[in-house]
Design a binder for this molecule. Sequence first.
Ligand code: GLC
Length: 585
Amino acid sequence: MTLESAPDSVVPAAPERAELPKAMITATGDEWWRSAVIYQIYPRSFADSDGNGIGDLKGITHRLPALAELGVDAIWLSPFFKSPQKDAGYDVADYCDVDPLFGTLDDFDQLLEAAHGLGLKVIADMVPNHTSDQHVWFQAALAAPEGSPERDRYMFRDGKGPNGDIMPNNWESVFGGPMWERVINPDGSKGQWYLHIFDKSQPDLNWENPWVREQFFGILRFWLDRGVDGFRVDVAHGMIKEAGLPDYTPPEEGASMGGAAATDLIPGIADPEVVPDPPYWGQPGVHEIWRGWHEVLAEYEGDRVLCAEAWVDPLTKVALWVRPDEMSQAFNFAYMFTDWKAKPLRRVIQESIDAFAGVGAPSTWVLSNHDVVRHASRLALTADSPQGAGIGPNSPGKPDPAVGLRRARAATSLMLALPGSSYLYQGEELGLPEDMELPDSARQDPTWFRTNGEKYGRDGCRVPIPWEANSPAYGFNDSGKSWLPQPKDWAPYARDAQEGVPGSTLEMYKAALSLRSVHGLGTGSVEWVTDYGKKVVAFRNGDVTVITNLGKVAVELPVGEIVLSSEEIVGGALPTDTTVWLLPS
Ligand code: GLC
């Protein structure tokens, strides 16, 4: 990756941004990731080679040809590092080793070689905000005295009050409960408190400490030397906390990952400085860290990528993470959480294009991942469901599955026609819904435990995926075991039940990905078409016209050759919740 390939620009001031032309400004540079479709693998739930009920690296390697056939460009692997698995691997105990649950470093090397052999890039998941409490650094910190260099690698503070019994501040953990845990000293007395944005088993590192920064340079090089094509960076908006750690009460009850959907609140494109972030999210100091990481990646051949998980608002602020000398991409959570309505959808697409073009970066698009309700269910929910809360047997507003799937297919067909890079989450190509009936006894997400069952958490989107309709565990393994139970009615979603079946969700994804590549949509542009009324999103990207009808009334289609449709088109009309791609006839 070279700096020459990106414009030498800084984020323009707000008034200039507002004047950006309404048509898409194509991002510059020819790096593969600018237009790539990247498939997220959640290793525990993808494919299990040894039958213990938890997916593994060998299982992934075995199933890679199915992804090459699907037509994606890259895979992103959620963490497979050594971990006590308190947060499904997002609690890392050794960044330079594979957890025995998933295999060995040799298994990883084989996976990488197989993926590269199939033309797939491989992105690892780096978790720098916190370690596991089992990491040797944290164990050393607990054993070391207050004020020691070992403690300074984490966020230890004295408690308030005469005996230090009161927490250092009022921050609430993303998973529920306080963000602080008190340690017991080796002599049995009560000691300092440490900060954990997530579970108490995930202590936050002190990124003001140069020693921590150095360690991560080494960790990045370890995986880059092995040949990974880049990193998805976990909680890339959390690593620096406001000086003095001031009290903070979020506007809504309970902490969350931060902003994401507030674009609707902001008329036009707002100045990032006017929207204050909580003292633990989106602090300006994080950008120096990304400039350092950028330099490490630039030492390597072949356009390595850094993708930020940064839940900040508005999109112009997210764009700060992908300035030319920082990261390459950032997840577009504002897009993900836009209601299934034409006006906000058109608006978030345009805002995304403008905001990222302002720094010469491509926009990304994403509808599902391992932290949110699957979009085949989310898009038909009739009650609010905040990110991370999940849906379960007693949730209000459960979706009609047929409406959800129909909207998901229309939404994905629209997304895959947009220029930039798209992220897919395993199982969405099968049309998988959220599992909303998981028994309480099966739940594993720390959110469920830390909120005493008030929030179901994220297990419903993490259930092992179905490969074969008539095999044990739907072909996830041979033993029939599954770390989260699979629903009894998932056989029709299995890959082998959809393979070669015209109109199946799997075939629709394959067709969309192939057409996207043939027509160069990933590197194209958006030119809005306004002929179809308020309830329709329509645009041209090169020679392809994309029309999505979000209204109840069917819309007459123009003359043209339909090359993709998310539902069967009868006569010349586009029904509700349907997307078509047309070529001039
Ligand atoms: C990110 C991950 C999520 C994890 C959290 C803490 O948001 O996507 O799964 O629980 O970070 O690491």
